[in-house]
Design a protein around this ligand. Structure first.
Ligand code: SAM
Length: 376
């Protein structure tokens, strides 16, 4: 868990060069992605990935797209709610520095401050107050939430997130938290175990798994990820799909437990409201989600935040069309469709998904969806 805040004081932030370059990189839009998302048409920048994404540990997802989101706003302050290996933050910071050159060379008193906090992101207001009370009153210009799992976490068997390597059934994002996955599996009421598998894992076989999990308590319960995987393998052995079949089920079950252990959906919703409160006028919040439950929450919370009633999105675009001049999307080729509300603009009417090239290079990016909101 980490929250990073970096900000630098400046009077002027010149980025027109960056806008032009960004625009030139869009080479038409690929129609894929179905109704759910607009596949990114941004040319994939493998070089930037090598620079900022330590491919040995974690590859930042949709890096170029995230850079575009923040390229055209005056980025005096930036909060990365999910710092991880700092891939996104390093790139945002580096591109800010790069385009700030003329200003630096003028000899103004530039100061870059970086603060890192090991905190739950729902505590963003507390963190900003700790850094500088003024950040809360003036607001921050950019906020990023990357809701994926970091590869370092998944690959560390001791954390209990990995289906393929045996470790304790832990799954806490915050190692200080008290609830572990094994507590849910071994002591929560059976209907709650079933609800978690059904609602958070979208697992069709939930009822049978619920029964087996509860029955396992009579033999001492489940304590290692391997115990749970064996139970799942035994439950799915007769079904289609072979190894792929049980791995898919196990992935859904592990996701469900992780969401429950960390109360991820409530925390996400609460944090989105807090982040929007913390934005400066014109500031942007970008969220990358990795499964439909998260994406639905981001979508609905954004609609609520901009004060645009659901189902009335097209009418709102018309009635506030005048305000759209505030966002110069001629220079922001990544913006395809917007929804304007009273309190802000959703810059991604449909979420953006990774380009085909990125999906090929990084399988973990395949379910990613990027949504962006801007405060009025
Ligand atoms: C996918 S990683 C971020 C990777 C990062 N964007 C990069 O480029 O290196 C997500 C991070 O968010 C952290 N995280 C998950 N839930 C969190 C929470 N509630 N509060 C703060 N951090 C959280 C995870 O521990 C993980 O380090």
């Amino acid at each position: 868990m980490a929250t990073a805040v970096f900000y630098h004081y400046h009077r002027f932030f010149h980025q027109s060069q960056q806008k032009q370059e960004g625009q030139a990189k869009y080479q038409g839009r690929r129609g894929g992605g179905g109704e759910a998302a607009d596949a990114s048409a941004k040319e994939f920048d493998g070089e930037a990935l090598l620079r900022f994404g330590d491919t040995g540990s974690h590859i930042p997802v949709m890096l170029g797209e995230v850079l575009d989101v923040f390229a055209s706003i005056s980025l005096r302050s930036f909060v990365d709610c999910t710092l991880g290996a700092a891939g996104h933050t390093s790139a945002v910071r580096s591109s800010s520095d790069q385009y700030n050159m003329p200003w630096h060379s003028c000899g103004l008193n530039a100061e870059l401050k970086i603060h890192t906090y090991l905190k739950n992101y729902r505590d963003i207001k507390y963190v900003l107050r700790e850094v500088d009370e003024k950040l809360l009153t003036l607001g921050v210009d950019g906020i990023l939430m990357d809701l994926g799992m970091s590869s370092m976490q998944v690959n560390n068997a001791e954390r209990g997130f990995s289906v393929l390597s045996n470790g304790p059934l832990d799954m806490r994002m915050d190692p200080q938290a008290s609830l572990k996955a094994e507590d849910i599996l071994n002591s929560w009421p059976d209907v709650e175990v079933g609800r978690i598998l059904r609602e958070y894992g979208d697992e069709s076989n939930w009822y049978s798994l619920q029964g087996k999990i509860v029955k396992a308590r009579q033999k001492g319960g489940l304590h290692f990820t391997g115990d749970l995987v064996h139970l799942i393998q035994a439950s799915t052995s007769g079904t289609k799909g072979g190894r792929q079949g049980w791995i898919k089920t196990a992935t859904r079950v592990f996701q469900a437990l992780r969401i429950a252990v960390n109360d991820e959906l409530n925390t996400l919703k609460e944090t989105l409201y807090a982040c929007f409160d913390c934005l400066a006028p014109g500031g942007r919040l970008a969220v990358i989600s990795f499964h439909s439950l998260e994406d639905r929450i981001v979508k609905q919370t954004f609609l609520d935040l901009i004060n645009c009633s659901r189902g009335d999105e097209d009418a709102e675009v018309e009635s506030y069309a005048m305000d759209l001049r505030e966002i110069d999307d001629d220079n922001e080729a990544w913006i395809i469709r917007k929804i304007q509300g009273l309190n802000g603009t959703i810059l991604t009417k449909r979420p953006i998904s990774p380009s085909q090239e990125e999906e090929k290079l990084n399988r973990r990016s395949r379910s990613a969806k990027l949504r962006v909101i801007q405060k009025v």
